[in-house]
Design a protein around this ligand. Structure first.
Ligand SMILES: *Cc1c(COP(=O)(O)O)cnc(C)c1O
Length: 423
């Protein structure tokens, strides 16, 4: 283990992706390690917003079919650009809605309780919004969420065991919803095995890709995953509230959307204005209403960058950044009561490092005061996401040096050990 700064600088010099950093707006003297909550703005994303503003200015209503990116086809166009990131075919992907609304749509479409199969299987560590959505979908079907939502338990409070999930796949389960990467610990679940086991038991399975898309490659079609959904403002850098996306395996094409609207229509039929819906034969059928064009716009620029960088190279650098961060933490911070709580092997490590410390809230405040942006997770977690497209090995080195100083001087004690409104 080389703990010299010069070593980090050398890694940066050799980094194949280093030019992408120049395209982002980085805060002066700030080390941004929160790209798994909100990715940074790039010049290209900014330009694509301006482009769509200009097409509104210039074309008015005709912007739906004119200009560089006609709005009527934009959700499909960006679905095409997203597909390689998750190992899907172009028409299996659509940019639409948000994580939570897409989950509602997919469960409304695919959860069809029948006979004994009336349960939804999830886990106890997922992001609350997913769980709220699942409970409300059960209630809408007249089923008691307390009885029909099964949440696989974690043994250590941070991670899930594949075997525990498989054991919970009983014959009363109709559908399974799991995150690809757990938002707190960063554990990457084994999508291939879980899908195989679910299908062997006649259960449908879908994944929430919020914390993996743009950071980790997927092979959704090859694994046979039934559906997936995600947001685009984390690793994909689409900006606050940018439009999300969903994937439907093409063997499900033709299934009537649970939540229908006129944008579910086949594109050539939509303006017939019939009261009978003819849904698109692709993932486009799971759109509902008019696309939020201005919140899709930044994705044109950001997805182009992923196309150029290639998701495999992004993953490779991301793994090296998190490995380097963990090594430095072990070498430099072992005396200060931190525990690394993310899985450390490459097979189950996501895009961020998760540190536990009893004083995590005030340590995060001290880091912010020292120009490092981490992400605090109640009650004692610090998430650190060095992002492949814009962070550097030198920043990892510098961040650890600043944290060590904070711990040495106990300067975190100047702050209250309590989370802010947004954390
Ligand atoms: C970020 C995130 C969400 C947020 O959902 P929105 O509908 O975009 O607000 C939901 N689930 C998971 C797992 C997330 O990481």
């Amino acid at each position: 283990m080389n703990i010299e700064k010069s070593y980090a600088e050398r890694l940066d010099k050799e980094d194949e992706l280093k030019t992408f950093r120049e395209e982002f707006y980085l805060g002066k003297d700030t080390i941004y390690f929160d790209g798994n909550s909100l990715g940074l703005l790039s010049k290209r994303a900014e330009q694509s917003v301006s482009k769509l503003m200009a097409s509104w200015k210039e074309y008015g209503i005709d912007g739906w079919t004119e200009g560089a990116h006609p709005w009527y086809y934009l959700s499909e166009e960006l679905g095409n650009l997203t597909a390689p990131l998750i190992g899907a075919e172009a028409d299996e992907v659509i940019v639409t809605g948000s994580t939570t609304t897409n989950l509602h749509q997919l469960v409304a479409t695919f959860f069809q309780p029948e006979g004994k199969r009336t349960k939804i299987l999830a886990d106890e560590l997922n992001f609350p919004s997913d769980i709220y959505a699942l409970k409300s979908q059960l209630a809408l079907k007249g089923l008691d969420p307390d009885k029909h939502l099964i949440q696989v338990k974690s043994n250590d409070g941070n991670t899930l065991e594949t075997n525990d999930i498989v054991r919970a796949m009983t014959d009363d389960v109709a559908i399974i919803i799991l995150p690809s990467v757990l938002y707190r610990s960063g554990q990457l679940l084994n999508i291939r095995t879980l899908t195989k086991e679910a299908h062997a038991r006649g259960i449908l399975i879908g994944f929430d890709l919020c914390h993996s898309i743009g950071s980790i490659p997927h092979e959704l079609s090859e694994c046979g995953v039934d559906f997936a959904f995600w947001c685009t403002y984390k690793h994909l850098n689409g900006g606050p509230g940018s439009v999300g996306g969903l994937y439907i395996n093409k063997r499900h094409f033709g299934k009537h959307p649970g939540l229908a609207g006129w944008f579910s229509s086949a594109k050539d039929k939509q303006f017939d204005m019939e009261h009978t819906l003819f849904p698109a034969s692709t993932a486009g059928a799971y759109q509902i209403g008019t696309p939020h064009v201005l919140s899709i716009a930044p994705l044109i620029g950001s997805l182009e960058m992923f196309e150029e960088a290639g998701i495999d190279r992004v993953r490779e650098k991301s793994l090296r950044l998190t490995a380097y961060l963990m090594e430095l933490i072990k070498a430099e911070l072992s005396d200060y009561g931190f525990a690394i709580a993310n899985p450390q092997d490459e097979i189950s490590r996501g895009g961020h490092v998760f540190l536990l410390h009893p004083e995590a809230a005030r340590i995060c405040k001290a880091l912010k005061a020292n120009g490092v942006i981490p992400d605090f997770r109640n009650p004692n977690g610090i998430r650190l996401a060095p992002v492949a497209l814009y962070n550097t090995f030198t920043e990892v080195w510098e961040m650890v040096a600043r944290l060590k100083k904070i711990m040495d001087k106990k300067s975190y004690k100047e702050y209250e050990n309590k989370r802010g409104v947004i954390a």
